[in-house]
Design a protein. Structure first.
Length: 269
């Protein structure tokens, strides 16, 4: 004789910022009772909230790039390699300098907003991604300009002692990683395109005789890591500063640029 069971299942499902209606399931026969997940709409993500990428994985590639750049400041072998690359790119084939790298560094970030306007949705809404990118830029510029002041590395053309690391390259790779993060679940090609633009920016900095190879490699590492850190810390900042159901509208962080300290602020109106 089968026992009769009366099961009351109450499920409040949160999808995005909306709450689905409660679901009540009355089951009389235990042998016919559906699995709990079978009663839940298929749109529910059972892996929410997503697991964070282990910190060491996030640090490996940019960490190696930054380490290479820092090591080159004291390594005679790497300095000689820098000179060899400069000879190949900037000296053996005389050419006029170009200014496109001043604008190219922003292209991956602009593409994020362009794609969204075209109806291709990324990972975050306008407000969240803007704050995340703002945090990334604050970190990038603080590290870059602070390090330039400390390192005192002269540019290949001898114009000033602010060569290490490359700021243009750092911004370009921070923007490329921003594009990849926002659209990696849509298509891998968006990230590849962004990194191609960033790599071109780095090459042009050497082509224009403004940076050594090590400056570019270190700048790329700083940019990638800055954006990864921004994505990692933003959810925590949002929880800390949000009140009730209100989203975080303002982020204030210290920064260093051009020999002066200050505060950087990102505010969504």
């Amino acid at each position: 004789m089968r026992k009769t069971l009366v099961t009351l299942a109450v499920c409040v499902i949160i999808v995005g910022n909306k709450k689905a209606c409660c679901q009540f399931t009355l089951v009389k026969d235990s042998l016919q009772m559906p699995a709990f997940r079978d009663t839940i709409p298929s749109t529910v993500n059972w892996n929410y909230p997503p697991k964070k990428e282990p910190l060491y994985k996030m640090l490996v590639i940019p960490g190696l790039m930054i380490t290479y750049g820092v090591t080159s400041l004291k390594s005679d072998a790497l300095k000689d390699f820098n000179k060899d690359i400069r000879e190949e790119i900037a000296m053996e084939h005389p050419h006029q300098r170009v200014r496109v790298d001043d604008y190219l560094k922003w292209v991956p970030a602009v593409a994020v907003y362009g794609l969204n306007l075209a109806g291709i949705k990324g990972k975050n809404n306008f407000k969240d991604r803007t704050i995340i990118y703002g945090i990334s830029m604050i970190i990038t510029n603080s590290v870059v300009f602070g390090t330039k002041k400390i390192s005192g590395e002269w540019r290949p053309d001898g114009s000033d002692p602010y060569s290490f690391p490359s700021g243009h390259t750092a911004v370009a790779f921070a923007s490329a990683e921003f594009l990849r993060k926002e659209y990696k679940d849509v298509s891998i090609w968006y990230g590849i395109a962004g990194y191609a633009v960033a790599a071109t920016t780095g090459y042009l900095r050497m082509y224009n005789d403004k940076h050594w190879l090590s400056d570019v490699v270190a700048g790329a590492g700083v940019g990638i890591l800055s954006t990864d850190l921004a994505y990692r810390i933003y959810p925590t900042l949002k929880r800390v500063f949000s009140k009730k159901d209100k989203s975080l509208n303002t982020v204030v962080m210290p920064y260093y640029q051009g020999g002066s300290f200050g505060l950087g602020m990102v505010h969504h109106f």
